[in-house]
Design a protein around this ligand. Structure first.
Ligand code: PGA
Length: 251
């Protein structure tokens, strides 16, 4: 997969069914398609209906916020990749910091989920990022490198080429504190160098690396203007059609 500009909206556990469909209708009506991808990571319960709403908007794609690593079976409350595929999901967010923190998802488990998503023929959006104490101790580059190494670097070059990475410093998520464009660029460049070191320069250059953490219309242009920032994974500002369209148009 070649490098793309991407605005991905992570609705998290927000919007009831009707509210979610209204948001999707607004996005389908208001956003003007471009070379950039818009990805909507809705709650599971909205996926099928949102998929129907966006089916004629070829720039908008459907994502799940998580999946189970096993194909099927006795896993009460979980959702399989086959189920997600059957309603038109093309992307799956993996390893969001909220999943890591509240649901104890480890780098090892995430490696299994990455494998399962790739095997299903879908695209993982792999999240990484450090807590504030790690940033303050100036060990954030090594921390993120380890997340990537333990969950992704077992992949072949061909499979790694199918991954989207989202760098989301935890101290910037939902806090209103955004990483500065320089902080985002510096880490994205580090990530690209890690990929070049493990694979090669072409694989690193082709990888889409998104920034996440309080992206909003007012900072998207500057963030997305950084040479190694290919777009954003957006929480709060993806819940309003006008705001998310403005972010999508920031490329
Ligand atoms: P935020 O969330 O944009 O509300 O900070 C980003 C995310 O968690 O993906």
């Amino acid at each position: 997969m070649s490098r793309k500009n991407i605005a991905a909206g992570n609705w998290k556990m927000n919007k009831n069914y009707e509210e979610g469909l209204e948001l999707a209708r607004g996005l389908a009506a208001k956003s003007v398609g471009s070379n950039a991808l818009m990805i909507l990571a809705t709650p599971f319960i909205h996926l099928k209906a949102v998929g129907d709403i966006i089916k004629d908007a070829s720039h908008i794609h459907l994502a799940a916020q998580n999946c189970h690593q096993n194909a099927s079976g006795a896993y009460t409350g979980e959702t399989s990749l086959d189920m997600l595929k059957s309603v038109g999901v093309s992307h799956v967010i993996l390893g969001h910091s909220e999943r890591r923190e509240y649901f104890h998802e480890s780098n090892e488990l995430l490696a299994e989920k990455v494998n399962a998503v790739l095997e299903a023929g879908l695209t993982p959006i792999f999240c990484c990022g450090e807590r504030l104490d790690i940033r303050e101790a100036d060990t954030h580059v090594a921390y993120v490198a380890n997340q990537i190494k333990e969950s992704l670097f077992h992949l072949s070059e061909a499979d790694f080429g199918k991954i989207i990475i989202a760098y989301e410093p935890i101290w910037a998520i939902g806090t209103g504190v955004t990483a500065s464009p320089k902080q985002a660029q510096d880490m994205h460049r580090e990530i690209r160098q890690m990929i070049a070191g493990k694979y090669n320069a072409a694989t690193a250059d082709n990888c889409s690396i998104l920034y996440g953490g309080s992206v909003k219309p007012a900072n998207a242009v500057e963030l997305f203007g950084q040479p190694d920032v290919d777009g954003g994974l957006v929480g709060g500002a993806s819940l309003k059609a006008d705001d998310f369209c403005a972010i999508y148009e920031a490329f």
